[in-house]
Ligand binder design. Structure first.
Ligand code: GLV
Length: 324
């Protein structure tokens, strides 16, 4: 008998095509997620779930639908899922790493360039009809080339950002609780420093860590004060890694120069001050949003759920200990 899978939200057609014929599908083909009561009701007769980062999968939900054996997240991050609770209950959780690395690094770099060179502000200025004459100090910003890039979190995406930084002739410093091998440091041309050094030296600080209890508010008022007043903070990881109210205050009072933000603490809400500040370049969680990458993520999530339900080890399992 075919396994039954719920897709909680609209995904790319290629993934739905892959699933058709392999599993019995219940597809909630909508951009609006299912309210938790509806999610629960539709999971009552399912073996697997393809969900997105806007779906909260917690212990209570898993207890209510013990029939669900595989939860496949269409994202590399999985902070929306209670992993220890899943593991305790024998639920396989999967994600979509790798395919989005370079696309995400591109957007992080776009934010570095855009915030450093004041692109959002410049465009608003022009569109508002304020460009009446060229001026020597019109919308001057901060050089990217030759400056110091700080990378906080040197996983796949951090490495891809570091490579881009080296391409712009930047000095690249990094901090990660796990130091990379000397070979990789040499290959990438990166230097390992303490977190304090990173904050003090970076002209551009780009965040690439997962959201965990340890990284919640990793960047708060103290850390922002430790940064250069000319520095730029870029976040494409998860919003709660930064204390958003503290960041808004720091941008307003000139503690740091600018920020490029793809993610927010209470998405889709954005701190009202950030919406007003010219030195905040803000975009709506689009780091992996190229058509090709988002398509690959969806197909990967589909492959993960099919493999898990067939009793195989899914290629991208987050909690492999569940199979022990
Ligand atoms: C997007 O934020 C992801 O985690 O893939």
């Amino acid at each position: 008998m075919q396994r039954a899978v719920l897709i909680s939200k609209h995904i790319y057609r290629e993934a739905v095509d892959y699933l058709a014929g392999r599993v019995q599908l219940d597809y909630h083909d909508s951009d609006d997620g299912l309210p938790s009561a509806d999610l629960l009701a539709r999971l009552a007769d399912k073996d697997g779930l393809i969900c997105q980062l806007t779906d909260r999968i917690d212990a209570a939900l898993m207890d209510a639908v013990p029939n669900v054996r595989v939860v496949s997240n269409v994202a590399v991050g999985f902070d929306n899922i209670d992993i220890p609770a899943a593991t305790e209950r024998g639920v396989i959780v999967t994600n979509t790493p790798g395919v989005l690395t370079d696309t995400t690094a591109d957007l992080a770099f776009a934010l570095i360039l855009g915030a450093g060179r004041r692109l959002g502000e410049s465009e608003r200025y022009l569109r508002a009809g304020r460009f009446r004459q060229w001026r020597i100090d019109l919308l001057t910003g901060w050089d990217i080339w030759g400056s110091t890039l700080g990378v906080l979190g040197m996983g796949r995406i951090g490495q891809a950002v570091a490579r881009r930084g080296r391409g712009f002739n930047m000095r690249v410093l990094y901090y990660d609780p796990l130091r990379q091998s000397e070979d990789l440091e040499r290959e990438l041309g990166i230097e390992y420093v303490s977190k304090d050094e990173l904050l003090a030296q970076a002209d551009f600080l780009s965040l690439h860590c997962a959201l965990t209890a340890e990284t919640h508010h990793l960047i708060g008022a103290d850390e922002l004060s430790a940064m250069k007043s000319t520095s730029v903070l870029v976040n494409t990881s998860r919003g709660p890694v930064v204390d958003e109210a503290a960041l808004a205050d720091a941008l307003e009072s000139g503690v740091i120069a600018a920020a490029g933000l793809d993610v927010f603490e209470h998405e889709p809400e954005v701190h009202p001050k950030l919406l007003r500040l010219e030195n905040a370049l803000i975009v709506p969680h689009i780091a992996s949003a190229s058509i090709a990458t988002r398509t690959r993520m969806c197909v990967m999530a589909a492959e993960n759920v099919v493999a898990g339900l067939a009793g195989h080890r899914p290629p991208n399992i987050v909690n492999p200990e569940v199979l022990d």
